[in-house]
Design a protein around this ligand. Structure first.
Ligand code: DGL
Length: 276
Protein backbone atom coordinates (compact mmCIF):
# COMPACT_ATOMS: atom_id res chain seq x y z
CA UNK A 1 0.00 0.00 0.00
CA UNK A 2 1.16 3.51 -0.80
CA UNK A 3 1.44 5.10 2.66
CA UNK A 4 1.44 8.57 1.12
CA UNK A 5 -2.29 8.33 0.35
CA UNK A 6 -3.34 6.22 3.33
CA UNK A 7 -6.75 7.44 4.44
CA UNK A 8 -7.65 9.47 1.34
CA UNK A 9 -11.15 9.34 -0.14
CA UNK A 10 -10.99 7.99 -3.70
CA UNK A 11 -13.15 9.71 -6.29
CA UNK A 12 -13.48 7.85 -9.57
CA UNK A 13 -14.90 8.74 -12.97
CA UNK A 14 -14.31 7.66 -16.56
CA UNK A 15 -12.88 11.12 -17.27
CA UNK A 16 -13.42 14.72 -16.22
CA UNK A 17 -17.06 14.48 -15.11
CA UNK A 18 -16.33 13.38 -11.56
CA UNK A 19 -14.52 16.68 -11.01
CA UNK A 20 -17.99 18.25 -10.68
CA UNK A 21 -18.61 15.92 -7.74
CA UNK A 22 -15.13 16.30 -6.23
CA UNK A 23 -15.47 20.08 -6.32
CA UNK A 24 -18.66 20.04 -4.23
CA UNK A 25 -17.39 17.34 -1.86
CA UNK A 26 -14.29 19.42 -1.17
CA UNK A 27 -16.43 22.47 -0.39
CA UNK A 28 -18.52 20.43 2.05
CA UNK A 29 -15.63 18.38 3.55
CA UNK A 30 -12.53 20.55 3.01
CA UNK A 31 -10.28 18.87 5.58
CA UNK A 32 -10.11 15.40 4.07
CA UNK A 33 -7.54 14.06 1.62
CA UNK A 34 -8.71 13.07 -1.85
CA UNK A 35 -7.39 11.08 -4.78
CA UNK A 36 -9.22 11.77 -8.02
CA UNK A 37 -8.80 9.10 -10.69
CA UNK A 38 -10.02 9.74 -14.25
CA UNK A 39 -9.89 6.79 -16.65
CA UNK A 40 -9.49 9.19 -19.58
CA UNK A 41 -7.67 6.57 -21.65
CA UNK A 42 -10.85 4.49 -21.82
CA UNK A 43 -13.54 7.16 -21.69
CA UNK A 44 -16.40 7.24 -22.58
CA UNK A 45 -17.93 4.44 -20.53
CA UNK A 46 -21.48 5.42 -21.49
CA UNK A 47 -21.56 3.47 -24.73
CA UNK A 48 -19.81 0.36 -23.38
CA UNK A 49 -21.35 -2.96 -22.36
CA UNK A 50 -22.19 -3.94 -18.80
CA UNK A 51 -19.21 -6.32 -18.50
CA UNK A 52 -16.67 -3.82 -19.74
CA UNK A 53 -17.89 -1.01 -17.46
CA UNK A 54 -17.90 -3.44 -14.53
CA UNK A 55 -14.35 -4.65 -15.30
CA UNK A 56 -12.91 -1.14 -15.78
CA UNK A 57 -14.63 0.14 -12.64
CA UNK A 58 -13.43 -2.80 -10.54
CA UNK A 59 -9.86 -2.19 -11.75
CA UNK A 60 -10.14 1.46 -10.71
CA UNK A 61 -11.58 0.61 -7.30
CA UNK A 62 -8.82 -1.95 -6.64
CA UNK A 63 -6.23 0.59 -7.72
CA UNK A 64 -7.60 3.23 -5.33
CA UNK A 65 -7.76 0.66 -2.51
CA UNK A 66 -4.11 -0.16 -3.19
CA UNK A 67 -3.26 3.53 -2.81
CA UNK A 68 -4.77 3.38 0.68
CA UNK A 69 -8.34 4.67 0.18
CA UNK A 70 -10.76 3.19 2.77
CA UNK A 71 -13.66 4.69 0.80
CA UNK A 72 -14.23 5.13 -2.94
CA UNK A 73 -17.01 7.21 -4.49
CA UNK A 74 -18.03 6.20 -8.00
CA UNK A 75 -18.55 9.76 -9.21
CA UNK A 76 -19.93 8.34 -12.42
CA UNK A 77 -23.54 7.36 -13.08
CA UNK A 78 -22.63 4.79 -15.71
CA UNK A 79 -20.30 2.99 -13.28
CA UNK A 80 -22.84 3.39 -10.46
CA UNK A 81 -25.55 1.91 -12.71
CA UNK A 82 -23.55 -0.98 -14.12
CA UNK A 83 -20.92 -1.90 -11.54
CA UNK A 84 -21.74 -0.60 -8.06
CA UNK A 85 -24.09 -3.31 -6.87
CA UNK A 86 -21.89 -6.18 -8.09
CA UNK A 87 -18.81 -4.62 -6.53
CA UNK A 88 -20.62 -4.03 -3.21
CA UNK A 89 -22.23 -7.45 -3.04
CA UNK A 90 -19.78 -9.72 -4.84
CA UNK A 91 -16.29 -8.22 -4.81
CA UNK A 92 -16.02 -6.18 -1.63
CA UNK A 93 -16.54 -9.13 0.75
CA UNK A 94 -13.49 -10.83 -0.87
CA UNK A 95 -11.28 -7.77 -1.37
CA UNK A 96 -11.81 -6.10 2.02
CA UNK A 97 -15.18 -6.00 3.76
CA UNK A 98 -14.09 -3.04 5.91
CA UNK A 99 -13.81 -0.70 2.91
CA UNK A 100 -16.70 1.03 1.21
CA UNK A 101 -17.71 1.90 -2.34
CA UNK A 102 -20.60 4.34 -2.81
CA UNK A 103 -22.38 5.62 -5.91
CA UNK A 104 -24.33 8.68 -7.02
CA UNK A 105 -27.74 7.38 -8.12
CA UNK A 106 -29.40 6.59 -4.79
CA UNK A 107 -28.54 9.94 -3.09
CA UNK A 108 -29.86 11.81 -6.13
CA UNK A 109 -33.16 9.94 -6.21
CA UNK A 110 -33.64 10.48 -2.46
CA UNK A 111 -33.86 14.25 -3.08
CA UNK A 112 -36.61 14.14 -5.73
CA UNK A 113 -39.50 14.54 -3.30
CA UNK A 114 -38.19 17.99 -2.39
CA UNK A 115 -38.27 19.23 -5.96
CA UNK A 116 -41.18 17.84 -7.96
CA UNK A 117 -44.82 18.91 -7.82
CA UNK A 118 -46.11 16.81 -10.72
CA UNK A 119 -44.12 13.66 -9.85
CA UNK A 120 -42.98 13.56 -13.50
CA UNK A 121 -39.20 13.22 -13.61
CA UNK A 122 -36.88 13.38 -16.60
CA UNK A 123 -33.39 11.89 -16.57
CA UNK A 124 -30.60 12.81 -18.94
CA UNK A 125 -27.82 10.23 -18.94
CA UNK A 126 -25.40 8.23 -21.04
CA UNK A 127 -26.85 5.42 -23.18
CA UNK A 128 -25.53 2.93 -20.59
CA UNK A 129 -27.19 4.64 -17.63
CA UNK A 130 -30.52 5.08 -19.44
CA UNK A 131 -30.58 1.51 -20.82
CA UNK A 132 -29.81 0.10 -17.37
CA UNK A 133 -33.05 1.74 -16.08
CA UNK A 134 -31.27 2.14 -12.73
CA UNK A 135 -32.93 5.51 -12.13
CA UNK A 136 -36.39 4.18 -12.99
CA UNK A 137 -35.93 1.24 -10.61
CA UNK A 138 -34.61 3.41 -7.77
CA UNK A 139 -37.41 5.97 -8.28
CA UNK A 140 -40.13 3.32 -8.27
CA UNK A 141 -38.71 1.92 -5.01
CA UNK A 142 -38.59 5.26 -3.20
CA UNK A 143 -41.50 7.05 -4.90
CA UNK A 144 -43.88 4.45 -6.36
CA UNK A 145 -46.31 7.11 -7.64
CA UNK A 146 -43.76 9.01 -9.73
CA UNK A 147 -43.36 8.70 -13.48
CA UNK A 148 -39.72 8.64 -14.66
CA UNK A 149 -38.61 9.06 -18.26
CA UNK A 150 -34.99 8.60 -19.25
CA UNK A 151 -33.30 10.07 -22.27
CA UNK A 152 -29.81 9.20 -23.54
CA UNK A 153 -27.52 11.97 -24.82
CA UNK A 154 -24.69 10.12 -26.58
CA UNK A 155 -23.03 13.28 -27.91
CA UNK A 156 -22.73 15.23 -24.68
CA UNK A 157 -19.78 13.41 -23.04
CA UNK A 158 -17.65 13.49 -26.22
CA UNK A 159 -18.35 17.25 -26.56
CA UNK A 160 -17.15 17.80 -22.99
CA UNK A 161 -14.15 15.46 -23.14
CA UNK A 162 -13.04 17.22 -26.33
CA UNK A 163 -13.28 20.69 -24.81
CA UNK A 164 -16.29 21.76 -26.95
CA UNK A 165 -18.77 22.35 -24.11
CA UNK A 166 -18.75 26.14 -24.28
CA UNK A 167 -18.54 26.40 -28.07
CA UNK A 168 -21.58 27.39 -30.18
CA UNK A 169 -21.72 24.02 -32.00
CA UNK A 170 -22.68 22.31 -28.74
CA UNK A 171 -25.99 24.23 -28.65
CA UNK A 172 -27.40 22.15 -31.48
CA UNK A 173 -26.86 18.87 -29.63
CA UNK A 174 -28.13 20.25 -26.33
CA UNK A 175 -31.36 21.73 -27.73
CA UNK A 176 -32.08 18.58 -29.73
CA UNK A 177 -31.96 16.30 -26.66
CA UNK A 178 -33.90 18.72 -24.43
CA UNK A 179 -36.71 18.87 -27.02
CA UNK A 180 -36.75 15.09 -27.37
CA UNK A 181 -37.02 14.51 -23.62
CA UNK A 182 -39.81 17.05 -23.16
CA UNK A 183 -41.69 15.58 -26.15
CA UNK A 184 -41.72 12.24 -24.33
CA UNK A 185 -43.50 13.75 -21.29
CA UNK A 186 -44.58 17.41 -21.27
CA UNK A 187 -45.54 17.17 -17.58
CA UNK A 188 -41.92 16.78 -16.45
CA UNK A 189 -41.12 19.45 -13.84
CA UNK A 190 -37.77 18.09 -12.59
CA UNK A 191 -34.82 16.87 -14.66
CA UNK A 192 -31.87 14.97 -13.21
CA UNK A 193 -28.55 15.61 -14.90
CA UNK A 194 -27.74 11.92 -14.47
CA UNK A 195 -24.20 12.04 -15.75
CA UNK A 196 -21.47 13.76 -13.80
CA UNK A 197 -20.13 15.34 -16.98
CA UNK A 198 -23.34 17.26 -17.70
CA UNK A 199 -22.90 20.13 -15.20
CA UNK A 200 -20.08 21.20 -17.50
CA UNK A 201 -22.83 21.88 -20.09
CA UNK A 202 -25.17 23.39 -17.48
CA UNK A 203 -25.45 26.89 -18.95
CA UNK A 204 -26.46 25.57 -22.34
CA UNK A 205 -28.89 23.00 -20.91
CA UNK A 206 -30.48 25.70 -18.75
CA UNK A 207 -30.89 27.90 -21.82
CA UNK A 208 -33.14 25.35 -23.55
CA UNK A 209 -35.00 23.87 -20.56
CA UNK A 210 -38.04 26.05 -19.65
CA UNK A 211 -37.31 27.99 -16.46
CA UNK A 212 -40.16 26.44 -14.45
CA UNK A 213 -38.44 23.04 -14.71
CA UNK A 214 -35.87 22.25 -11.97
CA UNK A 215 -32.52 20.95 -13.17
CA UNK A 216 -30.76 18.81 -10.57
CA UNK A 217 -26.95 18.66 -10.56
CA UNK A 218 -25.53 15.90 -8.40
CA UNK A 219 -22.44 17.57 -6.90
CA UNK A 220 -23.98 19.19 -3.83
CA UNK A 221 -26.45 16.31 -3.38
CA UNK A 222 -23.65 13.74 -3.27
CA UNK A 223 -21.51 15.97 -1.04
CA UNK A 224 -24.34 16.38 1.47
CA UNK A 225 -25.13 12.69 1.41
CA UNK A 226 -21.45 11.80 1.97
CA UNK A 227 -21.17 14.19 4.93
CA UNK A 228 -24.26 12.56 6.43
CA UNK A 229 -22.89 9.06 5.75
CA UNK A 230 -19.59 9.85 7.50
CA UNK A 231 -21.43 11.27 10.50
CA UNK A 232 -23.30 7.99 10.79
CA UNK A 233 -20.23 5.77 10.13
CA UNK A 234 -17.75 7.05 12.64
CA UNK A 235 -15.51 3.96 12.40
CA UNK A 236 -14.91 4.67 8.71
CA UNK A 237 -14.53 8.41 9.31
CA UNK A 238 -11.74 7.68 11.83
CA UNK A 239 -9.80 5.81 9.16
CA UNK A 240 -9.85 8.84 6.84
CA UNK A 241 -6.97 11.31 6.83
CA UNK A 242 -7.45 15.06 7.13
CA UNK A 243 -4.46 16.71 5.45
CA UNK A 244 -6.41 18.98 3.02
CA UNK A 245 -4.68 17.48 -0.03
CA UNK A 246 -5.99 16.45 -3.44
CA UNK A 247 -4.05 14.23 -5.81
CA UNK A 248 -5.11 14.03 -9.46
CA UNK A 249 -4.44 10.84 -11.40
CA UNK A 250 -5.34 10.02 -14.99
CA UNK A 251 -4.82 6.99 -17.19
CA UNK A 252 -4.18 9.31 -20.19
CA UNK A 253 -1.80 12.17 -20.87
CA UNK A 254 -1.21 14.14 -17.66
CA UNK A 255 -0.61 17.54 -19.31
CA UNK A 256 -3.91 17.31 -21.19
CA UNK A 257 -5.71 16.31 -18.00
CA UNK A 258 -4.07 19.11 -16.02
CA UNK A 259 -5.02 21.72 -18.61
CA UNK A 260 -8.67 20.59 -18.87
CA UNK A 261 -9.13 20.04 -15.14
CA UNK A 262 -7.67 23.50 -14.39
CA UNK A 263 -10.36 25.01 -16.65
CA UNK A 264 -13.17 22.95 -15.13
CA UNK A 265 -12.14 23.62 -11.54
CA UNK A 266 -10.95 27.15 -12.16
CA UNK A 267 -7.71 26.53 -10.29
CA UNK A 268 -4.32 25.06 -11.23
CA UNK A 269 -4.29 21.26 -11.28
CA UNK A 270 -1.22 19.10 -11.71
CA UNK A 271 -2.04 15.52 -12.63
CA UNK A 272 0.06 12.36 -12.87
CA UNK A 273 -0.39 9.57 -15.39
CA UNK A 274 -0.91 6.11 -13.90
CA UNK A 275 -1.54 2.60 -15.19
CA UNK A 276 -4.34 0.83 -13.43
N1 DGL B 1 -19.43 10.81 -16.11
C1 DGL B 1 -20.03 9.58 -16.40
C2 DGL B 1 -21.42 9.41 -15.87
O1 DGL B 1 -21.77 10.04 -14.90
C3 DGL B 1 -19.71 8.82 -17.61
C4 DGL B 1 -19.41 9.45 -18.88
C5 DGL B 1 -18.93 8.44 -19.88
O2 DGL B 1 -17.80 7.98 -19.71
O3 DGL B 1 -19.67 8.12 -20.82
O4 DGL B 1 -22.17 8.62 -16.39
Amino acid sequence: MNKKYNGAIGIFDSGYGGLTILDEIKKRLPDHDYIYLGDNARTPYGTRSFNIVYRFTLEAVKYLFKQGCPLVILACNTASAKALRTIQQHDLPDIDPTRRVLGVIRPTVEQLGKHTQTGHIGIFGTPGTIQSESYNMEISKLYPGFKAVGHACPMWVPLIENGEASHPGADYFVKQEVDRLLDKDPEIDTIILGCTHYPLLYDKIRRYVPEEISLLCQGNIVAESLADYLERHTGLEKRLSHGHTTTYLTTENSSKFSAMASIFLNQPVEATTVEI
